[in-house]
Design a protein around this ligand. Structure first.
Ligand SMILES: [Fe+2]
Length: 510
């Protein structure tokens, strides 16, 4: 049997683009995004291209003309000045979750040398860098590109050197890369001191004793995350860093003079413009949790740019991440009128969860997308096809979420929650609460699909039954029973007829 046009296109797509293979090939070069740029490519690989709807809606919007506050924290020893600074920090941390600090005590030369050290590391010969290339999060020093490369929908245009400065409470510079060892050691000590000061100011801003947050070990677990964002030939199609909030307590960010960082403020993206000598401070999710929402951990992202490299060093205060220490809203910050809005979390489990999901992935939709990939693999294999067959036909695309609410009904014997139908898509993943009602027609009898705690209901849709029968599944003895459908026309037909008119699949038969 001849291969149809649609099927030929699918075969071509399979040959041209298998995302997992491309990700692996890219990772195995150990050269990162810098390696792509060194190869002088003019179009970015597909793994970096954001989804069309994101490009249309989110990526290319004009930033608002405001700026997060810049706070001069010099003179904190003076009583009156300290009160003013604490007040400014309180407003900025509660309203923006972001601010810049100047007069912070770290000499400009140290800041400049740190940026230069990161540049030298990333721009050295590939062979010298390769020994640090790793995705093993237990290593003190590791270089990689996109820590969540295999979990994210789209890769980011950046490479990262991660140095755990004081994960175990001690500094061990001997493990730091020689090319930037001295400056990283010096800079980390300065940042640790600045962190102590910032946590004091934040404690006071919350009306607590100045050492309160330090006594909770928030100042521990310092990591220097050194990003290198090369110039990008198609910055309008990708991002340097996906939109996210930081999962930890506090971030101290040093950036060179190439802009790109944006923070979401009152539903608008705002540029955080590089200010010579300034450091960007932002509140992390854990600080929002323990302050019971008094301080805000805000979403931010980094744009890609034709100009580069942008270099930044994000120093994360993550707390004692390897411990089972439990964090919840601080007792002094809750009351009868202001009850805790978060439950307690165990730090090691919280950190492991973030590491396994990445920047994009804490939403339900992301988990469902991953589950969908697995289910389509299993279904492919169940049909005797290669595991990526259905994925290569783009069956895993077009995820939509329909969230139903079925109120209690005074006369349920006269109506239905949902009319009898089969689903028009490829596959449905259904999450239901413990109120039953779903029934499936099995051997001409209605059967309850009883809610099972933790379980998801999976059902096959019409399209998986019909969609231009797969070449490998037909033969002379098993000829196609359906004609090919054009997806947009098929969807339009379903939308215009609704559930009531049960067309079935007969209309698509040959
Ligand atoms: Fe961040």
């Amino acid at each position: 049997m001849a291969v149809s046009g649609v099927q030929q296109t699918m075969v071509n797509d399979t040959l041209e683009y298998d995302r997992t293979i491309e990700l692996k090939a890219f990772d195995e070069t150990k050269a990162g995004v810098k390696g792509l740029v060194d190869d002088r490519l003019v179009k970015i690989p597909k793994i970096f291209v954001r989804p069309a709807e994101e490009l249309a809606k989110e990526l290319n919007c004009r930033p608002a003309e405001v700026q997060p506050p810049i706070i001069d924290i010099g003179g904190i020893q003076g009583l009156d000045r300290r009160k003013e600074i604490v007040n400014e920090v309180r407003c900025a941390a509660a309203k923006w979750g972001f601010f810049q600090v100047v007069e912070h005590g770290i000499p400009l030369t140290v800041l400049e040398e740190m940026i230069e050290g990161v540049r030298l590391f990333h721009e050295q010969d590939l062979e010298a860098k390769k020994e640090f290339y790793s995705r093993d999060s237990t290593r003190t020093v590791r270089l990689n590109t996109n820590f969540d490369l295999f979990n994210s929908r789209t890769a980011n245009w950046r490479d990262t050197l991660i140095i755990s400065v004081s994960a175990s409470g001690t500094l061990n510079p001997n493990e730091f890369p020689a090319i930037c060892r001295d400056v990283v050691t010096a800079y980390a000590k300065h940042v640790q001191n600045l962190g102590d000061t910032l946590f004091q100011l934040l404690s006071e801003a919350l009306g607590l004793k100045e050492d309160h947050l330090k006594s909770m070990e928030c100042t521990e677990g310092l990591r220097a995350v050194c990003h290198y964002y090369p110039a990008c030939p198609e910055p309008e199609l990708t991002l340097g860093t996906t939109k996210h909030s930081d999962p930890l307590f506090l971030t101290v960010l040093l950036q060179n003079q190439i802009s790109g960082l944006q923070v979401l403020y009152e539903d608008q993206w705002v540029d955080v413009r590089p200010t010579p000598g300034a450091l960007v401070i932002n509140i992390g999710d854990l600080l929002q949790l323990i302050t019971n929402d008094q301080l805000k951990s805000n979403k931010h992202r980094v744009l890609a740019s034709r100009v580069g490299p942008r270099i930044s060093v994000a120093c994360f205060f993550s707390g004692p991440v390897l411990s089972s220490k439990v964090y919840g809203p601080i007792d002094e910050l809750i009351s009868e009128g202001n009850p805790p809005v978060y439950r307690e979390i165990q730090l090691d489990k919280y950190a492991a969860k973030f590491a396994s999901t990445g920047l994009e992935g804490r939403a339900y939709a992301k988990h469902v997308q991953n589950l969908g990939n697995t289910l389509f693999q299993l279904l492919s294999e169940a049909l005797g096809l290669r595991e990526n067959h259905l994925k290569s036909m783009e069956c895993t695309e077009g995820l939509k979420m329909a969230c139903h609410y079925y109120p209690a009904c005074p006369e349920p014997e006269l109506t239905l929650g949902t009319t009898k139908h089969s689903d028009p898509g490829f596959v449905t993943v259904l999450l239901q609460n413990q109120i039953s009602g779903l029934q499936v027609l099995y051997e001409d009898q209605w059967v309850d699909v009883r809610p099972t705690p933790g379980a998801l209901v999976i059902n096959i849709g019409d399209l998986l039954q019909v969609y231009g029968p797969i070449v490998e599944l037909i033969s002379e003895g098993n000829p196609p029973v359906y004609r090919e459908v054009q997806l947009d026309k098929y969807i339009t037909k379903f939308v215009t007829t609704g559930l009531d008119e049960d067309l079935g699949l007969d209309c698509y038969k040959k």
